[in-house]
Design a protein around this ligand. Sequence first.
Ligand SMILES: Nc1nc2c(ncn2[C@@H]2O[C@H](COP(=O)(O)OP(=O)(O)OP(=O)(O)O)[C@@H](O)[C@H]2O)c(=O)[nH]1
Ligand SMILES: [Mg+2]
Length: 313
Amino acid sequence: MDKLMETFEKNDPVALGRVLKEVESQSEKGYEILKRTNKEKGKAHVIGITGPPGAGKSTLTSKLCKQLVNKGFTIGIICVDPTSPFTGGALLGDRIRMQELAKLPNVFIKSLATRGSLGGMAHSTADIVQLMDSFGKDIIIIETVGVGQVEFDVLEISDSVVLIGVPGLGDAIQTVKAGIMEIADIYVVNQADRPGADESVKDLKLMIKESERKDWKPSVLKTIATEQEGISELIDELERHKTHLITTKAWEKKRKERNYNRFVGRLDEIVHESVEGQFKTNPKTQSIIEQVKEGTMNPFSAANKIAEYIIKS
Ligand SMILES: Nc1nc2c(ncn2[C@@H]2O[C@H](COP(=O)(O)OP(=O)(O)OP(=O)(O)O)[C@@H](O)[C@H]2O)c(=O)[nH]1
Ligand SMILES: [Mg+2]
């Protein structure tokens, strides 16, 4: 353990990989590591990149990353794929695209796929963000597909959220706009080499104008990720957003919220595990559970009874 942390502190990427594995498997060692690395955190700029499948998130992330490395930044990338157990091979193309990135100095990539539990995804992402931050990464990019609840929770960890669309996808974005409007800080119309890009930009700008958001007006950029076009503008915009967060103290607030949410999340887990452990093994609660199943006791009174019993014991 000490040796592992020693190499971690010496910025050995192999140690970062091992540390991430421990934390991901939620081992005792993993929690020890999280406790030890909880100092001096919150320096990294966390960027969430989301959008529909095939929009070009990975291509854009890869080009963005290359330019950031050239500017001297160290980068951590987290690929969150809540759908991977179902789409299976979909990640393969990504892996190939990302492979060239992994060869770059100062870039570390971590893929995160669900193993059944969607709920744990945001926790795991938060853990990985902490570790990459503590390791000294300047920028952490979280790439995630879509805009469902899980992705929403994951994106909440980010300081800056970039929503990537493609020309003609205006309608698709419209349908999710209620939720995404509140969290996207920068809009990108990628694949701008395809027809309809300007209309999409116009549509998005109109949507933004209509939104009630006051603190920050998101800008709309056009990119051709495959040609590396528009990437430096995106970097400028990300820097502008970071400055905005710092000057409005939202940066600080975000970190406080992140700390609080992680505490509540962990507390939740502990309570849940201990309660479940108790009522599943305790014979006294068994009869109540049986009655609930049979319908002879209503679930609300039963839950109250068991909660009372557990709190008392
Ligand atoms: N014409 C054009 N194609 C692009 C552009 N950017 C990406 N592509 C292509 O679009 C396809 C999907 O790109 P990805 O980067 O894998 O997209 P993604 O959003 O990461 O996809 P998922 O991770 O599967 O959701 C690839 O074949 C890319 O080469 C672009 O600007 N123009
Ligand atoms: Mg991708």
